[in-house]
Write a new protein. Structure first.
Length: 268
């Protein structure tokens, strides 16, 4: 006889809303500070304006936009062509972890992606109180973020210049070693400026930022799954000192490494 595994009392993903939003010329500006959940909306038709975390976009038909947790944003429909949208609101650690690992947590708008509409329609078909609603919604959400990732990153990687791919491979394999772009450029026969342009075109950010993101992901794992001190983690990841590491960690995650470790220890 196979014993069933105990199911978690609180599933780490929640579908809070799945609905059609129809705006008109009188729909007001919606403004939020430190948004507490995550909303993703697909524009069936029409257009509008989105201002989020200091950036501005004009989402249009077949585009989607992300209102991430903790974001500061304002958005409103075009008065001439108000948008009709499919809206999904999610919450829970699984939702935010999927957005992070698929590198969507800093993505705010994707234009001309009609192929993503099916995930919003699938979420709507789940209803609002079906059995295993959140579990089924989590499967759809995982498929959605994986598809977003492929649209964003795979085409660029396929067409990337060889030197950009080589640099990414080097960065992926040398996280614990000191990296100086100018030195790497001299050794490979390219200018640093050329490498930055090629890398950004392929992967959406300069190599230094990519490396810092790698370090941040590694730091989370080390804080959560090892007993290494913060000083040891900072040194192992190549930060100048624990102060520099702690400042960088807090800047991007909103809390210090010690607070992150305490929260994970408490299961939060």
């Amino acid at each position: 006889m196979i014993e069933s595994m105990p199911y978690p009392e609180v599933f780490p993903f929640r579908l809070l809303s799945n609905t059609l939003v129809v705006a008109d010329a009188r729909t007001p500006v919606i403004a939020r500070n430190d948004y507490d959940v995550c909303t993703i909306e697909y524009i069936q038709r029409g257009s509008g304006v989105l201002e989020i975390n200091g950036e501005s976009f004009q989402p249009e038909t077949d585009g989607i936009y992300f209102l991430h947790q903790h974001s500061v944003h304002r958005y409103w429909p075009s008065r001439e062509q108000p948008w009709h949208k499919l809206c999904v609101v999610v919450d829970g650690p699984l939702a935010y972890e999927l957005l992070r690992i698929y590198r969507l947590d800093r993505v705010y708008y994707l234009a001309e992606v009609p192929q993503l509409r099916k995930y919003f329609e699938a979420s709507l078909l789940l209803g609002h109180s079906a059995p295993w609603l959140h579990q089924r919604a989590a499967v759809v959400f995982h498929q959605f973020v994986e598809h977003c990732f492929r649209l964003l990153y795979e085409p660029a990687a396929v067409s990337a210049a060889p030197e950009a791919l080589a640099l990414k491979k080097y960065l992926d394999r040398s996280l614990d070693r000191r990296f100086v772009l100018e030195q790497y450029a001299r050794e490979t026969g390219f200018s640093a400026a050329h490498l930055i342009r090629s890398f950004r075109a392929a992967f959406g950010c300069p190599p230094v930022e990519y490396r810092l993101r790698q370090k941040l992901d590694a730091a989370r794992r080390l804080l959560q799954y090892t007993d290494l001190s913060i000083k040891e983690i900072a040194s192992g990841l190549g930060f100048a000192d624990s102060y520099h590491f702690s400042n960088y960690f807090k800047k991007h995650l909103g809390y210090a490494p010690s607070a992150f470790r305490r929260q994970r220890a408490l299961g939060k």
